[in-house]
Design a protein around this ligand. Structure first.
Ligand code: GLN
Length: 546
């Protein structure tokens, strides 16, 4: 008989943004360190089929998986904190569940029945969870939203049934709450946690392990108090204290004995945890030898969540070079006023990065930033839209095609050096229709891209509709733009030509851009080659500038 799968369900209480995704990811790190194979799943209570059509200021970044699924940013944490390679099964929404239930109903699969939340919707949720969990010893499943939300009730009911179906040894409930410190009283307050645990209990879920977010560690006395009110032993109540780097979270939780308790409760025999590589990496983050500043010129400056993977990939590049990378989010629109606005914002930067993006706002400011980087010989890294911007800037200011533009922003230009991809031309629907996911890219030997990767063939993840126009590419190359990576997969381009995936400049210390999103594949223990080389170049610049 097949081995019984084990499940850890992670819920959140009191307030949102407590870091449930990080808690789930950290449990993954700790279990993997004991030789357990894990997978991580996120259930999102909203009705969109996926977050691909949402504004990043509402939802945070859209994280793209190998198979092209557009997913919640927590899946980025899951992949960065563990060795898992997730697929579209690992993130599902209420929208997807209902979509399936309604299709089933139309196909006559429930013939004669009244279709209801229980059992039809909850059965569908359980089927999704089980299918995504296949092959792993333990599936860690994060329930999106906060306990008490109306939207997440079917998910809560489904996970309640899973313990009923599979037994206590195979299902564990971990609840993350907030224990606020009230300055005027000089005390940590446990009441919100008590309420949250009680709310879960009234939905039929008895919490097994409580993770308490707090400014300072909880002492035994307060753990006992929380335990008494929440029906838990004090060693089932854990502190999850605020830390400077997210990568410290697994280490702190391990010190509290969380992984020990989890394997004990799931009745699993494991090897001893080995966190030495992870601890070494965290120490490097905490005690860097160098420091530098990277300016990210984008549309979203207030919400760091919009560029989550990018920020992390820069941290990873920094780990490799023993360097703290300070990130400044620069509003592209502010660079549109004057040259001095550009210098004011960028003079102090050791490197300039233009990330992926959509829409016209801030485009001219981004072009000004690329021009500044090219002319001032400042390290530049363009990602997706950042590559398209670099090509438009080069066409305008080096080749001297004043009207050069991208078809995303101009209908009339005679030099659309960035154009809609052939395969995208007739697409009308918006959800999941871009060029998405992993494609091969051939790197041209002798280029900086080749030195960064040290490989002729790479595979990276994409999310775009536009590309460098094959009509103008030879002329651009004749004027010195180095085309350093190509996708040769036939399906990309109906006219049979390959697609430009990377560009760079020869006579520049570091001016590199790619059509794909390398940030989605960077991990703290395996920093991405392009982030290593970009941070390395910025460090060189900084040393020279001193
Ligand atoms: N808007 C551009 C495109 O669709 C760039 C997309 C991106 O940066 N992810 O091609």
């Amino acid at each position: 008989m097949a081995r019984q799968q084990k499940y850890i369900f992670v819920t959140g209480g009191v307030i949102s943004s407590l870091g449930k995704g990080l808690a789930a990811a950290s449990i993954g790190t700790l279990l993997e360190s004991r030789g357990i194979t894990v997978t991580l799943i996120k259930m999102d209570p909203y009705i969109n089929v996926d977050p691909g059509t949402m504004n990043p200021t509402q939802h945070g970044e859209v994280f793209v998986l190998e198979d092209g699924a557009e997913t919640d940013l927590d899946l980025g944490h899951y992949e960065r904190f563990t060795n898992v390679n997730l697929s579209r099964k690992n993130n599902f929404t209420t929208g997807q569940i209902y979509d399936r239930v309604i299709s089933n109903e139309r196909e006559g699969k429930y013939l004669g029945q009244t279709v209801q939340v229980i059992p039809h919707v909850t059965d569908q949720i359980k089927a999704h969870i089980k299918s995504a969990a296949e092959g792993a010893d333990v599936a860690i499943v994060e329930v999106g939203g906060t306990v008490g939300d109306i939207e997440s009730l079917p998910f809560i009911e489904a996970i309640r049934q899973m313990r009923y179906d599979l037994g206590r040894e195979n299902v564990l409930y971990v609840h993350l709450t907030l224990v606020p410190y009230i300055e005027v009283a000089g005390e940590l307050k446990t009441k919100p946690t008590q309420h949250s645990v009680r709310a879960l209990r009234s939905d039929g879920i008895d919490v097994d392990i409580l993770l308490c977010r707090s400014k300072q560690a909880l002492d035994d006395e307060i753990k006992s108090k929380i335990g008494l009110f929440c029906n838990l032993q004090k060693d089932e109540v854990f502190s999850a204290v605020d830390v400077r780097s997210i990568y410290e979270v697994p280490i702190c939780l391990q010190k509290e004995g969380l992984d020990e308790k989890i394997v004990e409760r799931l009745n699993m025999w494991t090897s001893k945890p080995n966190m030495s590589a992870w601890s070494k990496m965290v120490n490097k983050i905490k005690q860097p030898k160098y420091e530098l500043h990277i300016g990210i010129v984008g549309k979203y400056v207030d919400l760091k969540e919009s560029y989550k993977s990018l920020n992390e990939a820069l941290v990873h590049g920094g780990i490799f070079h023993d360097t703290r990378v300070n990130i400044e989010h620069i509003d592209a629109e502010n660079l549109e006023h004057s040259d001095s606005a550009v210098s004011d914002a960028l003079d102090g930067m050791d490197g300039i990065l233009i990330p992926g993006g959509f829409g016209e706002r801030g485009i001219e400011g981004k072009i000004a930033a690329a021009k500044y980087a090219r002319e001032k010989r400042r390290p530049y890294f363009g990602i997706c839209l950042g590559m398209q911007i670099a090509v438009v800037e080069y066409a305008r200011n080096v080749v001297n095609w004043q009207d050069a533009s991208s078809a995303e922003f101009s209908e009339s230009s005679g030099h659309l050096v960035v154009d809609i991809m052939d395969k995208q031309k007739n697409i009308k629907g918006m959800g999941g229709t871009m060029r998405l996911g992993s494609y091969d890219c051939n790197i041209v030997e002798g280029t900086k891209a080749f030195s960064a990767y040290n490989k002729k063939m790479i595979r990276e993840r994409h999310r775009h509709r536009f590309e460098v126009s094959n009509k103008f590419r030879n002329e651009l190359a004749a004027h010195g733009l180095v085309l350093s990576g190509f996708c040769r997969e036939e399906r990309v381009s109906a006219n049979g030509k390959d697609l430009v995936e990377m560009i760079e400049l020869k006579e520049h210390p570091y001016f590199m851009a790619c059509q794909f999103h390398p940030e989605f594949k960077s991990k703290p223990l395996a920093p991405h080659p392009l982030f290593k080389s970009f941070v390395g170049a910025a460090l060189e610049y900084r040393k020279g500038a001193k």
